[in-house]
Unconditional design. Structure first.
Length: 451
């Protein structure tokens, strides 16, 4: 069997859910890539091949990184901004002009005769326009890198959550199978008791109704599993799920770290971390607008060729705009206002992220406590009560309604337990997306490998 360890479910940075593959943790711990290396994010070709057997989280993540269409679109945007940065650093092209004068009139002779003027002009940018333009384009490129990293985390989070959902629906189907078997056992016991005349036929009819209901529940679980498998496959651009099953352990949970320690880590979230570059970009845009207020100089150098006398002369000059009316003051003021706007937007993102973190943390804490209570107290009691009621009904000590009540209780608490486990791991994924890293960075290593 493949070695598996606990994951602390993030999305691309570092943690995981339960007990998944070692490769998943390595994939999640991949640091943000520099902009120039985005094209190298593809996993090796053999990893990107869609598996047909048991699917590991690391394989699902690798498939998403190499084949997810939305992630590929962000990568193309980075390439486009790289090209824009290259363009911004280029010098203005010189201009070559030709002009013919005095043609068609034979009265003009000598210096006033036919003239051809050749002129070469070069625009010289003043005020540091080229440097400011290049810096702005490079910062735009870096922002595209942050956008890619945020989308990478989003994709990996979505894949992890879809993986958890498939794992939970697999467990729900197994639970439905067990409950169906229990219902069949009750039907068999009722049939025996009816044939012996110890109970009326109505009890067997009720037992068969319960069995039919359990069969419907199993069919519903099977349909949910099919749908969740398709959603997982869709994350890497596939329209069908050809893998057999996913591997993992929903039982693996860990105590929660303090909320304050998580709040201190939200700056690792790329949605927040990008704002440092965003502020620099807004400042660079202001600098560019201020440099645009300084007029450029155009130098001219040319010659006049006189066709009648076969003579020529040289011309030289320059031109510059006079900043009397337009000093680009409106554009400068607009750029400054957008800087203030960015400061407010960053604060808004920080508040929303912190609020979301606190809300999800409380949901995670609730799920953790629910799992602990159900595992320690509720499920053992419900299983014991059902076993006792089934044994007593077989021996004629309990009525059928008591068995039915015990069975319903067992179904309810086991379903509740499975849902709490799924909620726990889904909320772990949300938190790790919010903090940009693993919920418990060292807990996965404490579990050890399971062969």
């Amino acid at each position: 069997m493949n070695p598996i360890v606990k994951i602390s479910v993030l999305t691309g940075l570092g943690g995981c859910l339960s007990v998944f593959s070692v490769g998943a943790e390595e994939m999640l711990n991949t640091p943000p890539l520099p902009v120039s290396a985005v094209s190298d994010t593809a996993a090796p070709e053999e990893i990107a091949i869609e598996p047909t057997g048991n699917l590991l989280l690391s394989q699902a993540l690798a498939l998403a990184l190499t084949k997810n269409p939305s992630l590929a679109a962000f990568s193309q945007e980075i390439r486009a901004r790289e090209a824009a940065a290259l363009q911004a650093n280029l010098l203005p092209n010189p201009t070559f002009g030709v002009q013919a004068s005095n043609f068609g009139n034979n009265r003009f002779k000598g210096a006033d005769g036919d003239v051809i003027t050749l002129q070469l002009s070069q625009l010289v940018e003043l005020g540091g326009k080229r440097a400011a333009r290049t810096e702005l384009a490079q910062l735009n490129q870096h922002l595209a890198g942050w956008d890619y990293e945020a989308q990478r985390m989003n994709v990996l989070t979505q894949v992890t959550q879809a993986y958890i959902t498939v794992l939970a629906t697999q467990q729900r189907l197994l639970l439905a199978d067990k409950l169906l078997n229990l219902a069949k056992q009750v039907v068999n016991i009722s049939a025996v008791k009816v044939r012996s005349g110890s109970v009326p036929p109505l009890e067997e009819t009720k037992a068969r109704v319960i069995q039919a209901s359990a069969q419907i529940e199993r069919q519903r679980a099977q349909q949910q599993l099919t749908a969740s498998r398709l959603r997982l496959a869709n994350s890497w651009g596939s329209t069908q799920a050809i893998f057999k099953s996913v591997q993992g352990d929903l039982e693996a949970i860990s105590p929660l770290p303090a909320l304050d320690s998580l709040i201190q880590r939200i700056t690792e979230n790329p949605d927040l971390a990008r704002w440092t570059t965003e502020m620099d970009q807004r400042q660079a845009f202001i600098a560019l607008q201020k440099s645009n207020a300084i007029p450029d100089v155009t130098f001219n150098l040319g010659t006049n060729a006189y066709l009648d006398g076969n003579d020529y002369n040289l011309n030289a000059g320059f031109s510059i705009a006079l900043p009397i009316f337009n000093r680009n003051q409106g554009s400068i003021l607009a750029a400054e206002q957008r800087l203030y706007k960015a400061q407010d937007e960053r604060r808004n993102v920080e508040i929303n992220t912190m609020t979301e973190l606190q809300v999800v943390y409380r949901q995670l804490d609730t799920a953790y406590r629910e799992i602990t209570t159900l595992r320690r107290d509720v499920i053992p009691g419900a299983e014991s009560a059902f076993n006792a009621a089934s044994r007593g009904y077989r021996l004629g000590e309990f009525a059928f309604l008591q068995v039915l009540d015990a069975q319903r209780t067992l179904v309810r608490v086991k379903t509740q337990y499975l849902q709490a486990q799924a909620n726990y791991h889904l909320n772990v994924a949300k938190i790790e997306r919010l903090i940009g890293g693993a919920l418990n960075p060292t807990s996965a290593n404490k579990i050890g490998a399971i062969q």
